[in-house]
Design a protein around this ligand. Structure first.
Ligand SMILES: [Zn+2]
Length: 291
């Protein structure tokens, strides 16, 4: 495992740094995109590259003129994740990566979560003397109230959500107890500096994407709208991780349209390599280009 912060990128006057927490290699595309095997699948298997694929866990750190912001703080170290072996008791140099760019955890003003899944909230907390304490002690942690209510309602404590339920106790509740959490309605809420939460439900009950506009330039942080660029080429393909099929497809189409119309740089959570790029549309259809 290798944590890197390289290749910062500027959108308007906001600097954006990647922090690649971990990489999952050689995943079987049939497992990630089960729609490929559905009899109703509108996409011919012959048109999709069926090579094994690689997913990453990317967190994004934004530096504006006034603020330091983290989007989707990864899996975290030492978390007990018996149902998701790839994330069980990780020990990655994520914070060292942060420090190498000149930032300390104390510098972070906001932590934004697109949703409350295991790989988007983990660094909210770190283990200290057997207690989970906020990693970023001066930050306001912002996430959807509806998403929080859903995972904390015993009605939804089913097999699919069993890891998400675990996550609440070690990565969400401690920041609430510390008085650092702000639960919002995801309806275009502007955090600060042109950063907004936009509703893109489907992957989870109240999944958000985050848009950034700065000096006429735009970015889209997609959370888990897409797990692989194959879903940009074929937006109808849901991933195994999408909880609500119809909404997930609809939100994916929205993300593609938004990115094209606004000439947005797209910052994904799980694509390999730089994990950032542009969605392109030409006579061959939709596609993805890394930058
Ligand atoms: Zn994810």
């Amino acid at each position: 495992m290798n944590t890197r912060i390289t290749d910062n990128y500027e959108v308007g006057n906001v600097k954006i740094f990647p922090n690649n927490e971990t990489v999952l290699n050689n995943l079987n595309i049939d497992n990630i995109l089960p729609d490929l095997n559905s009899p109703n699948n509108p996409i011919s298997r012959n048109t999709v590259n069926l090579e094994p694929i690689c997913l990453s866990i990317h967190t994004w750190l934004l530096k504006t003129k006034k603020h330091t912001i983290i989007i989707d703080p990864g899996v975290g170290n030492s978390k007990n994740r018996p149902f998701t072996p790839n994330f069980h008791h990780l020990n990655t140099p994520f914070l060292e990566g942060l420090r190498r760019t000149g930032f300390k955890p104390e510098d972070v003003d906001y932590v934004l979560m697109t949703h409350l899944h295991v790989d988007h909230v983990g660094w909210n907390t770190t283990l200290s003397d057997g207690e989970w304490i906020p990693t970023f002690p001066n930050a306001e942690y912002i996430f959807s109230k509806k998403e929080y209510d859903y995972f904390n309602d015993p009605v939804n404590h089913n097999d699919r959500n069993k890891t998400s339920v675990l996550v609440q106790s070690d990565s969400i509740q401690p920041i609430i107890d510390a008085g650092l959490a702000s639960m919002i309605n995801v309806d275009g809420y502007e955090v600060v500096d042109g950063l907004r939460f936009v509703s893109t439900p489907g992957h989870s009950i109240d999944h958000a994407s985050i848009t950034l506009s700065s000096q006429g330039e735009n970015a889209l942080f997609t959370g888990d709208l897409f797990h692989t660029s194959v879903q940009i080429q074929y937006p109808e393909l849901n991933s195994i991780y999408d909880a609500f099929d119809v909404q997930a497809r609809s939100s994916r189409h929205w993300g593609i349209k938004y990115a094209i119309e606004n000439h947005s740089i797209v910052f994904s959570s799980h694509f390999p390599e730089s994990s950032k790029g542009k969605i392109i549309e030409d006579k061959n259809g939709l596609g993805w280009k890394y930058i």
